[in-house]
Design a protein around this ligand. Sequence first.
Ligand SMILES: [Zn+2]
Length: 378
Amino acid sequence: MLFKEIIGQQAVKERLQRSVMEKRISHAQLFLGPQGSGSLALAVAYAQYISCANKQHEDSCGQCSSCIKYNKLIHPDLHFVYPIALSKDVKISSDKLKEWRETFLENAYITLFNWFEKLDAENKQAVISKDESEEILRKLSLTTYEAEYKIMIIWQPEKMNPAAANKLLKILEEPPEKTLFLLVCEADDQLLRTIVSRTQLIKINKISDNDLISALINLHELSPDLAEKTAVLADGSYAEALSLISENENAAQNLVSFQKLMRASLKFDPKAVMIWIDEVSAAGRERQKNFLNYALHIMRESLILNYGDASLVKLGQDEQEFVKKFSPFIHKNNIDAFVSELNKAHFHMERNANVKILFMDLAFKFNELLNLPKPVMA
Ligand SMILES: [Zn+2]
């Protein structure tokens, strides 16, 4: 990770670079910053900079043998500790090292939610276990292989169980030689006070709107207008901006898919229905469930537009144009049945129903419901 790959945060970067140049590297540092600010990326870039054999004034060289190993997170003197979901086979961070490297290298602005998604453990508790502190000691007792320092990056130390936290405190009180601890934390009020007081604080702020906007334009090719809107909603978190971008992309795909289904089922065009089913079946189950939720959302907004105030309708521009034409088909006589069919489909999908049959059934039902007569207005 190079400093220049990190969005904004110029003041912190300069402070970290100075500490290396002036050889004032504190043995325990607390990188404290909100989610999506880039605090983990900064800690990794800092570690790489310390270890780089040919560092420049503002960044690592990116090419020396140390940097090449850092680029893959496989430097033997770089160690990570992070929360995991404990199980029979998973006791310490190293048990999930392969997944950790993949996740970080894909997105250095990883959140706990992304990480647990990767581990397929969304509903499990995230912990750093007491076994981990033994492992930290074991790793630190190894001789340094190649670099001047052994560097231990602890991501989300607030997830340490109390025994692990107390052992870490002991280690920080009597630090082994030539070892650096970089604690990357989002909520320091959940850390032992005594640990906080043993570390030097590196405070990381939210990313500034201007820095985030230019990143969204340059890295994601958003229009200046959309970049600005996204940055305001993301509130200084690049992780949040990424999730908004992917929601937008999903919404655009969902709208197209919804339009196809409605057109195909209104007059029941068997060929168009089959093509639609093949397209939807090719997506993963999560995407399919997401589509059903989206369909519910469009149905509800259509009903509101029919009976309520247009200003209450929450839709993007393309959606608004579609819903203006579509909403007359959604009324008191069929909305309950639409909602119930979509909920039923969602229920069966969670129980691994055959997707093709399920969507065929849905198209038949929609054909019936779309053609129900509208209630006569008083
Ligand atoms: Zn280098």
